[in-house]
Write a protein that binds this ligand. Structure first.
Ligand code: BGC
Length: 753
């Protein structure tokens, strides 16, 4: 009965959307019949007047003239309902067909209420919370006139030298897919025409996270096998969740730049995955195909549109060459019509043809930076923190303790938001010192010293200061700063050292070859350890850093990423135990740069590591294992896993079993734990990863409380892409692992018949 009802409802939903599609198609067909070739090509042009922060070296010229003459389809880098209105007015008053502009922006982790960087958010493993972050970001961005977010970025990233690891969800395709879905659903809701939702844009399609050597914009090469099994899933998850737009990536894939790859954009994305929306290039990525040596601007623009790319970001290759290519029969009218239709459909879905001013409502400015949004930012920030070490229960701090708060990031506003906070105002963020002062108002003596510069390297500082002062090199000598810090450390009970990277030391075009703490801060930490006081290291960074050596003397280490506008309050919440940390790493922390890429799902090799065997796969001078593995994170309480059971030890094709485990909070405080399910395939026709995440649950347990956690395992969960790129489950033996991180698990054997 239930099933019947469900299928009737599904037919109804499909029916409605079919009727709506037909209405949209008819509307667009009529509109396109009135459009000149130039106007159609104009719709494919996405430009930025450079009123925001440009992310490439090119900024568009004569934007106003182009808008008036119908040569622009959309703008980005225009933020604020008033500015958006000015631009929309131009098109509505001056252009012939008055086709509304769409307005995009890099709404990456919140809008004006900046949330933690995405890598941080992913460490919450809390998809409901992550989805809500996108709901709120969409609400604020639309209140500011925007209707298109260039997010989520879902590139799997296993090389922390790459600065853009900050923007994604780390190394794992399963976790990445869940987050991709949550973000898309959050941004888009179930009605794109609502004034509170906007178009999401999954990026960067595809494989951008695998840039060689972790150097941004670099080449990518990998087998289809690896692509399908390890890299493509999060993009696909976004498509399945109904993402409205896709952004092509800068890199090449199998020797063809993604922006000109018909295989990627048409065969895989549109045909195999049934993507129905619009594809936009990355910033001048079509033009850059010339640097990739695929020909001049006319040739690469023709290649891109034929490959399936609809909208050209900033480069204006479409605007300046497509007409000529059409005349010379290098592109077909059908290519231009398809691309134009895709852009118009996106606008139609936003409801812009009904009301071009739908997202321009100055009265909604009160919905930005509300107390509720800030409270949410504080909550999601504290959930993104990962407690990496906590010896002798140094944390949480006790109210009576005298705290020496030390470090270049301890009383800083300019580095709290992190990379890609284009609409955030660093001055509105809460420094750690303020958060701690508020938290401890009547309880402790808090003394502060900067102790060191973020870096003493003026060249690095200059590079980190491109978007404003992030690294402020002190007038005092490093020695004088250190002395001041040591003096307050000596007269304290505990030292809290707030160290790490400046915001712009990660993000786009911010790859690093040495991913350690800068020397100035290493020196500070070593000197603090020598005081003999317990040192709590609070670590801000946009990537997993190599911490070997740097944290050896630390009693506690709390990884807080760049935590957003409420950083200081959230950090104080966790340091004082108001919030018990529960984040788990979404990316391994390497032991040394020489191990990179290092990730938990690495294959076992034909000569698995064996300390007793010289001729096994290992390094002479360092371990194979990362310093902190994927999934790792401590709590102020302790969780015990026991009694792992499978409902059956054999599974028939198409069937399912359950794995259950008891998780007990053995400590004296309440806490949340992320229970993780991994599957290890013991026999496969192609080499499998050592194990793969296939499920997780975040649960809250009161002190002393136990819970039985259940995972359903069906054949689908055991499938992979085989050598012929078929999605199959092969009979044989598996191990079902459950545990608190990718390293510390217990398992039971399972056979697939
Ligand atoms: C980035 C994109 C971004 C775009 C627009 C590019 O440089 O790669 O992620 O959305 O700029 O700002």
């Amino acid at each position: 009965m239930k099933k019947q009802l469900l299928s009737i409802m599904m037919v109804m939903v499909a029916g409605i959307s079919f009727a709506q599609d037909a209405k949209m198609n008819a509307f667009i067909t009529t509109l396109m019949s009135k459009m000149t070739l130039e106007e159609k090509i104009g719709q494919l042009n996405l430009i930025t007047p450079g009123w925001g922060i440009p992310t490439g070296s090119v900024v568009s010229t004569d934007v106003e003239g182009k808008i008036k003459s119908g040569k622009v389809g959309g703008l980005f880098g225009v933020i604020g309902a008033d500015k958006v209105k000015q631009a929309q007015d131009l098109v509505m008053t001056h252009s012939r067909l008055k086709i509304p502009l769409m307005f995009g922006s890099d709404v990456i982790h919140g809008h004006k209420t900046t949330f933690p960087i995405p890598l941080g958010i992913s460490c919450s493993w809390d998809t409901a919370l992550i989805r809500q972050s996108a709901v709120l970001a969409a609400k604020e961005a639309t209140a500011d006139g925007l209707n298109w977010a260039f997010s989520p970025m879902v590139d799997i990233a296993r090389d922390p030298r790459w600065g853009r690891v900050a923007e994604g969800s780390g190394e794992d395709p399963f976790l990445g897919s869940q987050i991709a879905r949550a973000m898309v659903l959050g941004y888009q809701g179930n009605d794109l025409a609502s004034q509170y939702t906007l178009l999401a844009c999954v990026k960067h399609f595809a494989l951008y996270g695998a840039s060689e050597g972790g150097r941004d914009y670099n080449s990518v090469d990998m087998s289809r096998n690896k692509m399908y099994n390890e890299y493509l899933a999060p993009y696909k998850a976004a498509v399945d969740a109904g993402v409205a737009t896709v952004m092509s990536s800068f890199n090449d894939v199998e020797g063809v730049p993604a922006s000109g790859s018909k295989w990627l954009l048409t065969d895989l994305l549109r045909k195999d995955w049934k993507f129905k929306g619009m594809i936009v290039s990355d910033y001048t990525s079509i033009n850059e195909m010339s640097n990739h040596r695929l020909g001049d601007l006319q040739a690469v623009s023709a290649q891109a549109i034929k490959a399936g790319l609809d909208m050209d970001m900033v480069g204006e290759g479409y605007l300046s060459t497509l007409k000529k290519s059409l005349q010379e029969k290098k592109v077909a009218m059908a290519d231009i019509d398809r691309a134009c239709r895709m852009v118009l459909e996106a606008k139609y879905k936003l409801g812009l043809f009904t009301d071009p001013y739908r997202y321009i409502n100055p009265a909604r400015s009160t919905e930005i930076l509300t107390a509720d949004n800030r409270a949410f930012a504080r909550k999601i920030a504290s959930e993104s923190f990962v407690l990496l070490r906590n010896e002798r229960n140094t944390l949480p701090l006790k109210p009576a303790q005298r705290v020496a708060l030390i470090g270049p990031l301890a009383n800083d506003k300019s580095n709290m938001l992190g990379t890609w906070a284009v609409s955030g105002d660093p001055q509105m963020s809460v420094p750690v010192m303020t958060g701690m002062q508020t938290q401890t108002a009547k309880m402790v003596n808090l003394s502060f010293a900067k102790g060191a510069n973020i870096t003493d390297d003026t060249l690095l500082a200059q590079k980190a200061n491109v978007f404003g002062l992030r690294v402020d090199i002190d007038k005092r000598t490093p020695e004088a700063m250190l002395e001041e810090a040591l003096a307050i450390a000596r007269s304290s009970d505990v030292v809290v050292a707030v160290v790490g990277e400046a915001s712009e030391m990660s993000g786009e075009a911010a790859s690093r070859g040495y991913i350690t703490l800068p020397a100035s801060q290493q020196r500070l930490l070593q000197a603090l350890y020598k005081t003999g006081k317990p040192v709590v290291v609070v670590l801000l960074s946009g990537r997993p850093l190599v911490l070997t050596g740097a944290i050896e003397g630390a009693a506690s280490v709390l990884q807080v990423w760049h935590a957003g506008i409420e950083a200081g309050n959230a950090i104080a919440d966790v340091l004082y135990g108001v919030v018990n940390p529960s984040g788990k790493l979404s990316m391994s922390f390497p032991y040394a740069v020489g191990q990179i890429p290092v990730y938990y799902a690495q294959k076992t090799t034909g000569r698995p590591q064996d300390p007793g065997n010289k001729f096994s796969s290992k390094y002479l001078d360092m371990p194979n294992e990362p310093l902190f593995p994927f999934g790792y994170g401590l709590s102020y309480t302790r969780f015990e896993y026991s009694d792992l059971q499978l409902s059956a030890d054999k599974l028939n094709p198409g069937g399912s079993i359950t794995a259950t485990v008891t998780v007990t909070n053995k400590g004296s405080v309440d806490g949340a734990e992320v229970v993780q399910l991994y599957i290890e395939d013991e026999v496969r026709t192609i080499t499998p990863p050592a194990k793969e995440l296939k499920g997780f649950r975040k649960l809250m347990l009161k002190a002393g409380e136990s819970s039985r956690v259940e995972f359903r395992i069906d054949t689908e969960l055991l499938k992979f892409w085989n050598a012929n790129l078929k999605w199959v489950a092969e009979p044989g033996l598996f191990k079902v692992h459950v545990g608190s991180n990718s390293r510390d698990t217990q398992f039971k054997a399972l056979a697939l018949n």
